[in-house]
Design a protein around this ligand. Sequence first.
Ligand code: SAM
Length: 185
Amino acid sequence: MQNSAEVVVLRLGHRPGRDDRMTTHVALTARALGADRAILVGEATQARETVADITDRFGGPFDVTVTDAWRPVLRDWDGAVVHLTMYGEPVESVTGAIRERFDGGDGGDPLLLVVGAGKVDFEVYDRADWNVGVTNQPHSEVAALAVFLDRLFEGRELDREWANADRRVIPKATGKRVEEVDDWS
Ligand code: SAM
């Protein structure tokens, strides 16, 4: 899959212990469904290590970093900011405009995709170019992220090539098959 511009997921509000699995799943979903990197805010080192390990084994490129300083990331982002929230505008009405900015002239603008864990500070709603709801029902950041990325890429992310994988799953109707990859491609 050819991205026009970079897509970065910013995961806010990680609570150590309580959110470890969820934060890992946010980053794994970002990786699997076409984002280029994830920034995890807080004490999310374990999640970063898990995702880095998956990327080493199953391929990339995908980068994951941990920071405490999310405000500068948001403030200095040179591109579009999308915040996923149940209070936002319906995904089905705004994705076209978001894609236009992301895919438009000169390769488009990079996209920062913000997802929360607990309560999200109001300044995020203010800074976002789009606050987007995947339905206006409360559910999960993993589900919201998956639906949003699939809408953004219109399904093309399902076809992407993985570089530097040392193993590859061979799809099967029944059972499991995983092959070692000799030639790094
Ligand atoms: N009140 C929160 C909100 O603003 O969506 C719900 C918190 S929820 C446990 C954690 C995260 O999941 C939210 O920060 C948001 O990023 C995402 N989320 C939950 N429901 C969503 C929805 N319907 N649409 C988009 N994102 C959603």
